[in-house]
Design a protein around this ligand. Structure first.
Ligand SMILES: Nc1nc2c(ncn2[C@@H]2O[C@H](COP(=O)(O)OP(=O)(O)OP(=O)(O)O)[C@@H](O)[C@H]2O)c(=O)[nH]1
Ligand SMILES: [Mg+2]
Length: 345
């Protein structure tokens, strides 16, 4: 039973691909292998790359991966995996244009593994499937795992939460778009990239983004002043130490030429060290695991409850709600406090 997960641990690529397919298809034995692999996870640096369609994410991810494989002198090479998640595409299997581009540069390198994933059913399912695929790659010894996803909607935010560092890719001349998507960008970006900097208006977009960040972080600055004042007065630090704040840098890249990529990788690594130094790495990991556990627990309890009661009983409960005999919240409270899921009075 353990064979497949052992082969994955030993670095067998075919087994790795098979297990990922099993997870995508929600095969029960794939989950058993995932359980075997769990003790070997938690080591990889996870990078999320998101942005509008066509902004150059795949080209950039390709360059980042290549850079980790061929770093500047005195830097160790790293094994890199790429998971390209496309919430809008019903297809899967590595047929995306970006992947073909990638294949050309990175083909034949056993230190690189690239995989595309697409929507199957609910988006929440996609986020958890991505999380599981990342766990497999982590256990398989990939030191850096890049998760690429389109847009900045809720599904991307869920996927972004998996990553230690989130890169949001913009392109020149997106002023109005930036205004509209401001909240989403600021919520998730650790690093902002203006790609296609070979096109007009790149500097303008960089300025816009910096202004946006200045507004956001002037508040942080006040918090820091407040923090120092408390320190001088010998008062204990308040929760959420503002000195832990990271102001996202805004970088320019030309992904097609590889310009700006070494600086981007330098900042990626710097952000990772920043997370380490303020214990944020542990906090994020804890939050992530807690989230996953809560989700599974909820799913598990719902499944168990639905297996225990008949469809008729379920309809009765809903009918009670329709008659306003009890509210949904009251119904849940009663069902849960009774320990048995069978009765509702
Ligand atoms: N001029 C210019 N073109 C670029 C640059 N980066 C990417 N492109 C081009 O932009 C197009 C889209 O690039 P992709 O890397 O596929 O963009 P993407 O964001 O992954 O696209 P989707 O996955 O479809 O959302 C391609 O034709 C690239 O060659 C750049 O820095 N400058
Ligand atoms: Mg792409």
């Amino acid at each position: 039973m353990k064979l497949l997960s052992e082969a994955v641990l030993a670095g067998d690529r075919l087994s790795l691909a098979r297990l990922i397919t099993g997870i995508e298809n929600q095969q029960p034995d794939a989950y058993t292998h995932l359980d075997h692999l769990f003790p070997y996870t938690g080591n990889a640096q996870l990078i999320g790359v998101t942005g509008s369609p066509g902004s150059g994410k795949s080209s950039l991810v390709n360059r980042i991966a290549y850079y980790y494989r061929h770093p500047d002198e005195n830097q160790p090479t790293r094994k890199v995996a790429v998971v390209a998640v496309d919430p809008t595409s019903p297809f899967t299997g590595g047929a995306l244009l970006g992947d073909r581009v990638r294949m050309r540069d990175l083909a034949g390198d056993s230190g690189v593994f690239i995989r595309s994933m697409a929507t199957r059913g609910a988006l929440g399912g996609l986020a958890s499937a991505t999380s599981q695929v990342v766990q497999v790659l982590d256990a398989a010894g990939f030191e850096t795992i890049i998760i690429e996803t389109v847009g900045v909607g809720q599904s991307e935010i869920d996927i972004a939460r998996l990553a230690h560092t989130v890169v949001v890719v913009e392109v020149p001349g997106m002023g109005d778009h930036i205004q509209a998507g401001k909240a989403g960008i600021l919520e998730i970006a650790d690093i902002l990239v203006v790609n296609k900097a070979d096109q007009d208006g790149a500097d303008h977009t960089v300025r816009l983004l910096n202004q946006m960040l200045d507004l956001e972080y002037s508040q942080e600055l006040e918090n820091i002043t407040h923090h120092h004042q408390r320190e001088r007065e010998g008062l204990p630090a308040e929760q959420g130490n503002p000195l832990n704040q990271w102001r996202p840098p805004v970088l320019k890249t030309v992904a097609t030429q590889g310009e700006g990529v070494s600086e981007l990788v330098r900042r990626l690594n710097k952000h990772y060290r920043h997370l380490e130094s303020c214990d944020e790495l542990r906090n994020r990991e804890e939050k992530r695991l807690q989230n996953e556990f809560d989700h599974l627990l909820r799913d598990g309890l719902i499944t168990r409850w639905r297996n225990e009661i008949t469809d008729e009983r379920y309809k009765d409960i809903i009918a009670g709600l329709m008659k306003r005999d009890y509210s949904p919240r009251e119904a849940v409270r009663k069902l849960v406090s009774m320990g048995s899921f069978l009765l509702l009075t």
